[in-house]
Each structure stands twice: as C-alpha cells, then as structure tokens.
Design a protein around this ligand. Structure first.
Ligand SMILES: [Fe+2]
Length: 252
C-alpha cells in the first residue's frame, strides 16, 4: 500500500504496524530523552538531534543493515556526518551530528523500521552497490510562543535523497502546529505563506506512536509547520525518526 502510494502520488500517510517489545520502545524513548542540542539550529530554536548512518546490502534475499563507523570530536564524542548536497538552502556543507548510541543501533524495533521502510522503496533494491541510509532522531520543543520550534529547512523542500520516511515517536499534549504538508514540486523553496492552495496536495497531523508518512522525493515537496504551545505554560515537544535512502556510487 505504502509503496503503491509512493509510486502513484509520491507520498503515503499511514500507521506503521510492526510488532515490538516494550523494552525496545522504551529504549527508543530513552534515546530521545538524551538527544543533544542541534548545534546547527538557529539561536533560540529548541531542536535536539542525533544521527546515524548505515548501508543496506540490497541484493541479499533478506536485506542486511550495517552501521557505518563514527568519527570522534576533540572531546571524544562520537559524530556522524550528514551531507544534504545542494538540497537544503540553509545548509550547503556537510553537517556533523552527535551519533546515535550503540544501544539504539542494536534495537530490533529500529532495525525493523528501517528494513520495512526499505521494502517500501522502489528502484533501489536492484542497485549494484550498497544503499546509503541516513537515520535522524529529531526533537523540537517550544516553551514560549514567541519562540516557536521548527525544522530545517523552514520551507517546502525536497530532501534530495530519493525516499524519506518519517515516523512519529511522541507528540506532547500541549502542542499546536507541527502539521505536515505535502506539496507539488512547484512549491519547493517557498514559505507556507507563499504557497497557493492548489500547490498543497495533502495536510495531516501525526498523532500516534509510529504514525508515519513517506515521500518519493522527486514527485512532491514537503513541509512541517512551526510548533507552539496550545496553552501558555510548560513545554510542547514533537519527536520524530526520519529515515532516508539513496544510492551510492563508485568514485574513480
Ligand atoms: Fe525534509
């Protein structure tokens, strides 16, 4: 179903239905509670993230996931590099994020999510080289409506990678916004207020654990609106796992 939607309309909004243990779910939630501030976020935007990257060997009967090694910063922290090419107008160069923990990289639920996503892509499984997988854990918070939380880039965009899957981990009670939009390609690089109604293909709000959407990047653009507090006081937050797939190539 997801694959058919990706092929026919370029996106799919669905509830991911996988079996998992409470231990693995709690391990994911625990990882989100430890995310470090995103050093690339604009000042005063509460964004926290870790990143991991892996390859999938696509030609095996049951595709296998292999995590890539991390590098260390001057303080001994593990980092993973993320290159979005020319597809993020806010970030032209490679970004290094704090790496996902070894514990979460061994989480069966996370591995099943990634491999299930991969099964819903098309045109990658017959590639003659490994498939690159980028795994982002991103949490955006807001505790003051004058300082809304938002994602990067803060406009309709395409990611560059052929497929991206987005899975909700948590949406707190006291949250407004955080609405997902799927737009026509013509909306690319436009702010929400610059996009006309006929350029918006769909809009929805992810509410439940592992409620998800996926995009076939060349067919659509996408955008997530700012998050704010529904009622003053406290904090609102939204946690997502974003998984993208792209082909690798030989460099000679
Ligand atoms: Fe995106």
């Amino acid at each position: 179903m997801t694959k058919n939607n990706l092929k026919s309309v370029g996106f799919s909004h669905y509830q991911l239905d996988l079996e998992y243990s409470e231990k693995d779910k709690n391990n994911l939630l625990n990882e989100f509670s430890k995310l470090e501030p995103d050093t690339y976020a604009p000042a005063k935007v509460s964004r926290f993230r870790r990143y991991g990257n892996a390859i999938i060997i696509p030609w095996l009967k049951e595709p296998e996931l292999h995590w890539l090694p991390t590098i260390k910063d001057d303080n001994g922290n593990n980092l993973s590099g993320y290159d979005q090419g020319s597809n993020n107008p806010e970030h032209k160069n490679m970004r290094y994020f704090r790496a996902l923990s070894d514990g979460v990289k061994n989480n069966a639920l996370l591995e099943n999510i990634i491999l299930d996503d991969f099964k819903n892509t098309f045109g990658l499984s017959d590639h003659y080289l490994p498939i690159y997988v980028g795994i982002h854990f991103v949490k955006v918070k807001c505790s003051d409506n004058k300082l809304p939380g938002f994602s990067s880039p803060d406009c309709f965009h395409q990611d560059g990678e052929p497929f991206t899957f987005a899975h909700l981990i948590n949406r707190s009670e006291n949250i407004d916004g955080g609405i997902n939009y799927i737009g026509k390609v013509s909306a690319r690089n436009k702010k929400i207020e610059e996009v006309s109604n006929d350029e918006i293909i769909s809009q929805f709000t992810l509410e439940n654990f592992l409620e998800s959407f996926a995009v076939c990047d060349e067919l659509v653009s996408h955008y997530i609106s700012h998050i704010t507090l529904k009622e003053d006081g406290g904090e609102s937050e939204r946690s997502m796992i974003l998984i993208d797939f792209s082909m690798t190539k030989q460099d000679i």
